[in-house]
Design a binder for this molecule. Structure first.
Ligand code: FAD
Length: 405
């Protein structure tokens, strides 16, 4: 390959995401309608989006990425990102929970499906439509995912983990927790494993509440996590490989789908506002209409960026080395930063389009919930942390000399 993955990213044509077959789209739309109807209550009450997840389970969309022999449909990541986008337009919390669940599933699927313990769990996911949660944030150290404090302890053929799991979204609702941990008590903080615990394996006692500005339905409470299990529950590959090959690309793309969905619904509301204002003023555009044009342009850019990153991921997905390549990692990491910043900017344009009608909570054009939800995006793994980590790498990444290379 004589050109970088970043160059390919810019050059790749923007195909629409590949859709799973059959009645897939209709099943997704049924869930979206249910999630939308409950979204305001989920936000107001800061409660788990029960209705959306009952529907996702009923439509068998929790294990849709699994191959058919494990009870799934072999759906692609493009399908997952598209579901995240559609759900993001309806209920950001439901969408983000779905995206986080699928990021965990993708890690177990890619790196564990040949191991008997993980394979049996994946079959359970296919049969029972389980909900997977993740624990990477630990103690008060914030979002350095590539560092763990609590070690896995081995004792008489069993493993034990005691972790200050300070943010675990929907931890109380999950059937499975996928957690990072230090490999052993004498291992370095960056020498991590990923361990999979089923709800029977662990006890959670709440340490932090979740009373936040937005994403209130993710119920990302803090817990003291005490888990036991068998050594086979440790994923066979080190986290050092799982992180760049699966956790980062899948979570960044699925999260970006959610944020784009929030932004898209904000633009939809802004469009409705401008249409109504023009109708009521003999076709004259309201002063905020220029902001709608800017929001529309930025949404176009955001969707294109996600689609291109997705396509680049799919081209690299079969090749571990391509996924680990510096240029791919830089591209997929910066996609998260850029998608989150752009989504925030779009929702702000929608607020300015609608004026007071958008700012109010009691208006059909309200984008208050959208704004509160989307503001979680730059801090969900802090963009500052990411950019600081990438500062040196970006120096090593050549600027493309052609748009079509
Ligand atoms: C909706 C939502 C759901 C979440 N769900 C989960 C979950 O299910 N499981 C889980 O484990 N975690 C979850 N998290 C936590 C998330 O993964 C991050 O750990 C968390 O958002 C980071 O929090 P922080 O800003 O306190 O930490 P930090 O990343 O430490 O950032 C704190 C501050 O320090 C600055 N900073 C940090 N490092 C640097 C640096 N190197 N250079 C410059 N500035 C820096 C940042 O800008 C920021 O202002 C969730 C977060 C959100 C918002």
């Amino acid at each position: 390959m004589n050109h970088s993955v970043l160059e390919m990213t810019i050059a790749a044509p923007l195909d629409p995401p590949r859709r799973a077959g059959g009645d897939f789209a209709a099943r997704v739309e049924r869930v979206v309608a249910i999630a939308a109807a409950a979204a305001d209550a989920v936000d107001r009450e800061a409660r788990f989006p029960t209705e959306a997840f009952a529907a996702l389970r009923a439509e068998r969309l929790m294990g849709v990425m699994l191959p058919p022999d494990l009870g799934g449909e072999g759906a692609s990541l493009a399908d997952i990102v598209d579901i995240s986008y559609r759900l993001g337009q309806a209920c950001a919390s439901a969408a983000m929970i779905y995206a986080m669940h699928q990021s965990c599933v993708a890690c177990v699927l890619r790196h564990g499906q040949r191991a008997p313990w993980q394979r049996a769990l994946l079959r359970r996911l296919g049969d029972e439509q389980l909900l997977f949660a993740s624990s990477t944030t630990e103690g008060s150290a914030g979002g350095n995912v590539r560092s763990s404090a609590a070690p896995v302890e081995h004792d008489d053929g069993r493993i034990r983990l005691h972790r200050a799991a300070s943010v675990v979204s929907y931890g109380a609702e999950a059937d499975v927790i996928v957690t990072t941990a230090r490999r052993a008590a004498d291992a370095a903080p960056s020498d991590q494993v990923l361990v999979v615990f089923q709800s029977d394996d662990y006890a959670l006692s709440q340490t932090h509440s979740w009373d936040t500005l937005g994403m209130r339905g993710t119920c990302s409470t803090g817990f003291d996590l005490r888990a036991t299990g068998v050594p086979e529950q440790i994923m066979p590959e080190p986290y050092e490989r799982i992180h760049p090959q699966s956790m980062v690309p899948v979570s960044h793309l699925a999260w970006s789908g959610v944020w784009a969905g929030i932004a898209a619904d904000a633009v939809e509301r802004a469009r409705a506002f401008v249409r109504r204002a023009a109708r009521e003023n003999a076709g004259a555009m309201p002063p905020g209409a220029a902001h709608l044009a800017k929001a529309t342009a930025a949404l176009h850019t955001l969707r294109g960026m996600i689609a291109t990153a997705l396509r680049t991921y799919e081209q690299a997905a079969g090749d571990d080395a391509a996924l680990m390549a510096r240029d791919f990692q830089t591209m997929i990491t910066l996609t998260k930063v850029q998608a989150s910043e752009t989504a925030v900017a779009i929702v702000l344009e929608a607020v300015r389009t609608c004026g007071l009608s958008g700012y109010r909570n009691d208006s059909p054009f309200s984008v208050g919930r959208h704004l509160r939800d989307v503001l979680s995006s730059p801090i969900m793994i802090s963009n500052d942390r990411i950019l600081a980590n990438l500062a040196t790498t970006t120096l090593l990444t050549a600027v493309p000399t052609s748009l079509s290379a």
